[in-house]
Design a protein around this ligand. Sequence first.
Ligand SMILES: [Zn+2]
Length: 295
Amino acid sequence: MLKLPRNPSDRWVKCLSSHGNIRGVAIQARSLVRAMAELHEIRGTPAVCLGEAVIGALLVASNAKGTERVNLNIKAAGPVRQALVDAYPDGRVRGYVISSELASLAKHGTWGEGLLSVLRTKTERSHQPYIGTVPLLTGQLAKDLTFYWSQSEQIPSAVGLSVTIDDDGKISGAGGFLVQALPEATPEEVQLIENQIHGIQSLAEELQDDADPVRLLSAIFQNSAFMVLEKREIAFDCHCSWEKVSRALALVGADELQSMLTEDGRASVRCDFCNQDYLVTGPQLEEMIKSSRQH
Ligand SMILES: [Zn+2]
């Protein structure tokens, strides 16, 4: 389990139009995304992709129920081969990207062609997880997430993501928004909000200097009153543990464990989400081999 420094400016703010027909959430995540990119030692486009996936997963989680877990899984043909992010309705998030060896620039948006999957799991075991998968139609995550919400969850939505880098390829800004029309919304209300979203000059500007996400919501809802429903700090959190890692290791089977024991006398397992190394000693490996052969 590894902790990253927190910045109270990193947060989401949820709101509802005063008629109760349109809901919105805006996220400021500059420090969070910057710290996660540093943790994974990535810069440039992979860092931008990580930031977009992290904000996208948090947008999904912000509307999830208290006990749900959200996994965003993107498989793409661009500079990033895969992005995996876990996010929770209490604002916790962890994730990583796997860069492509062929560091080619995607012709198809930032991400290239691929698939975007959102898995929503209730913590209670009795519930079936819900999974929605859509193709990356544009390779631009904000547009493809908009498509995901209209296709998989049948909610007319508008999504904006902004992740910027400085001259060294380090994260200089990160945030985004999600606005959704509830079933009672009139076409006029939806049109008005759409016009205001199109009228935002620069999403990056609305988010700069760790700006409060309320500022972004004000730009989106400018001509319609809204109520703030929730402000919540968002933070990196990896809940890996030696127990979880060793349970996963046991699944590779007795023969594989035996060859680790013979070759190295121990095993070292790294958590991909936080890069923490866990050591499994020789006697612990022997114990695992024994119980693996019994089953
Ligand atoms: Zn971890």
